[in-house]
Design a protein around this ligand. Sequence first.
Ligand SMILES: *Cc1c(COP(=O)(O)O)cnc(C)c1O
Length: 403
Amino acid sequence: METSYQHPSPEGYYGRFGGAYIPEMLFPNVEELQARYLQIMEEPAFRQEFNELLRDYVGRPSPLYLARRLSQAYGVQLYLKREDLNHTGAHKINNTIGQILLAERLGKKRIIAETGAGQHGVATATVCALKGLECIVYMGEKDIERQAPNVARMHMLGAKVIPATSGSKTLKDATNEAIRDWINHPHDTHYIIGSVVGPHPYPDMVARFQSIISEETRWQLKEKTGRETPDRVIACVGGGSNAAGAFYHFLDEPQVELVAVEAAGLGIHSGLSAATTALGRPGILHGSKSIVMQTEDGQVVEPHSISAGLDYPGIGPLHAHLFDSGRGKFLSATDEESVRAAFKLAQLEGIIPALESAHALAALDQLDLVNGETIVLCLSGRGDKDMATYMKQLQMTNGANYE
Ligand SMILES: *Cc1c(COP(=O)(O)O)cnc(C)c1O
């Protein structure tokens, strides 16, 4: 049989990564999803409502924009896939729309989620308001303090934000609380996971919802250039959902190079990094087997990145397999390189990117680019949420010019 990178095995394995490593108490919840997600997602009525909401509520298709001045600077044809123009400012809404429609069809009345920086919490609170479903977001106590604007957004959208007060009081602890909640509410609650991570079927389900990114890219590129496939696709990787979506319809086209960019933080070997493939090894994190940053004896290492969305000690199992098999090229960009790349995009194109997306842009400086090649870069989100960080940089450099 031809092997496809798109589809995991029936047990949810991409190569040797994936699966469902969960406490027995969660079996009923996860098995229900495993049994029904594909059938529900393939129903014509589901597809129709999903596509209508993506169009009329999210604002899709997101433009594929030829960045002329940035292209000129690199001697390439660089197209930006503008996920930053989506409602709520990033790609995350594609997934939460899909999962809320799924939850409705499973008859769930209560939605839970965990969030670190609050971006996924906001995307979840948004779709719960849209559908009139109860929304509970678990968030580390420390993150609640650090991310006040997103906490306010969630409250305004009608969600309840519950602080996780154990351990380091961050994402990991919020995830534990969400899992505990789900165990206690097996019948009426759906858990919306925000990236291509977690036990099977989440990585496949989220990749399918995000695959709209590359589905659109193919016809948009055809319209603009006459060909459907670029030479390269570049995307940043936290858990890996925007990259999975941007790669999806090119995964089985080996002539398209897939470039995944992780956050190197202060430097891969600085002790303050989130470059999972460079630093990690196989392990189990959040219910699936993947590559995980861990100590000798298997304790998960606290990651660091200037961008909250990439500050994660693992990657989804699809990406672990792309790395392991050599199908994907994995690079990393430091905090400083990414901030510089953000200023460059702002000043050459008039677009202020999210810090996460700036990591993908920074990779342009590391690649051996072929003159005139066609590149699609996933601009996963907009930079409004990162202005405090950018303002610090402006103060430090006296408003320096990055052209
Ligand atoms: C959350 C986030 C990411 C990282 O998540 P992935 O699942 O790796 O895509 C990247 N960019 C933006 C703008 C985000 O909000």
